[in-house]
Write a protein that binds this ligand. Structure first.
Ligand code: CMP
Length: 145
């Protein structure tokens, strides 16, 4: 089933964007949008709102706001689960112990600094894509300049 998902390259893996895009195409996924941005603390707290009660929330926001991230709209068969498969286990050190080397195994640092993020469901993907790539319809008059 054709899906879209939100992939985010985190600050610790920013310089590996070339290898990461190569990995996306090698798995037959297509990159349809990309945007580099530095999130404010407020934006990061909004993006990760579901984790606000977690013990690692502050560390996570500290890290994710420490430098630019690259958000990507990825399309393809089972894009949500395929991208998470490419990322590998949340903890980069766990990822490095697996037989199949994932993006987190290759480029992640530890459990918090883990190279990338992927939406965990179609519903999350819709919300997270809208977060980084808001639809412009109904947001005022078209720019005629
Ligand atoms: P991500 O897929 O972006 O979703 C939430 C993030 O919180 C996760 O990747 C990690 O960066 C971080 N995280 C998740 N679990 C832990 C944990 N147990 N300890 C520290 N950081 C975590």
């Amino acid at each position: 089933k054709k899906e879209r998902t939100l992939a985010m390259v985190k600050p610790d893996a920013l310089t590996r964007i070339g290898d990461i895009i190569q990995t996306i195409y090698d798995r037959n996924l297509i990159l349809t949008k990309a945007k580099m941005t530095k999130l404010s603390w407020e934006q990061a707290a909004d993006f990760y709102a579901e984790h606000q009660s977690k013990s690692f929330f502050n560390n996570l926001l500290q890290f994710i706001t420490s430098g630019p991230v690259i958000a990507m709209d990825i399309m393809g068969d089972e894009a949500v689960s395929t991208w998470r498969e490419l990322l590998g286990p949340t903890d980069s050190d766990t990822a490095r112990r697996e037989a199949t080397q994932s993006l987190r195994a290759r480029f992640g640092t530890d459990g918090t600094q883990n190279a990338g993020h992927g939406s965990d469901s179609l519903a999350s993907a819709a919300r997270e894509l809208e977060f980084f790539f808001p639809s412009t319809v109904g947001r005022g008059p078209p720019n005629t300049a």
